[in-house]
Design a binder for this molecule. Structure first.
Ligand code: SF4
Length: 193
């Protein structure tokens, strides 16, 4: 039986760990996560393919590594409602709304209407102090506010992915991941044109 030779991108799960570690020490590194937001959309728009998901997503590979290789997943079938269209699009709409809210909070800080809050908001509800990861510099406060908001979003979605990975199949998160839903939608629109 031939063993598939590992490619460089098989190790992209390291990127996800590095990303969260950097944000633990300095929240401004959260901006690096924009790569994971913009790149899948650009690839879908210009190539009409979900290449990011199949080749370059560190998070998907991390779930596979933990769930499949390290057997942290019960490996039960993902419930049908999680993969249903209404849930996927509903979750995407909720996600985009919360993303918009985060941008609005950033704008409030930029305009001076609000002051910077050095907390993470997990699961859009729980506030966790994270002040050690930020020291005021010459960088505008809104840049830090966006970092706290974006890191919260990245961590929340990874934790949800981790929970469904344990409960169901390793990559159950991919069934309703907002980036996956968006890129799939773009590819479908492109294939119709
Ligand atoms: S669906 Fe989301 S988590 Fe899964 S591979 Fe695609 S971008 Fe990554």
């Amino acid at each position: 039986m031939s063993v598939k030779k590992k490619q460089w991108n098989d190790y992209l799960w390291i990127w996800t760990i590095v990303y969260f570690s950097l944000g633990f020490f300095n929240i401004l590194f959260a901006w690096l996560g924009m790569i994971d937001f913009i790149l899948p959309l650009l690839i879908a728009i210009f190539q009409g393919k979900k290449t990011f998901c199949s080749k370059y997503c560190g998070r998907g590979r991390l779930f596979l590594l933990l769930g499949k290789n390290l057997k942290c997943s019960r490996n039960k079938p993902t419930p049908k409602w999680l993969t249903s269209k209404w849930f996927r699009y509903g979750f995407l709409a909720f996600f985009l709304f919360m993303f918009g809210n985060m941008v609005f909070q950033t704008w409030l800080v930029a305009s001076g209407a609000s002051s910077l809050r050095e907390v993470l908001t997990l699961f859009w509800t729980f506030q966790v102090p994270w002040d050690w990861a930020y020291t005021a510099t010459n960088i505008p406060a809104w840049v830090a506010q966006y970092s706290f908001g974006f890191y919260s979003l990245m961590l929340t979605s990874t934790l949800i992915g981790f929970i469904v990975m344990v409960l169901y199949k390793p990559r159950s998160w991919c069934a309703f991941c907002p980036m996956g839903t968006m890129t799939q939608g773009i590819c479908q629109i492109r294939s119709k044109n």
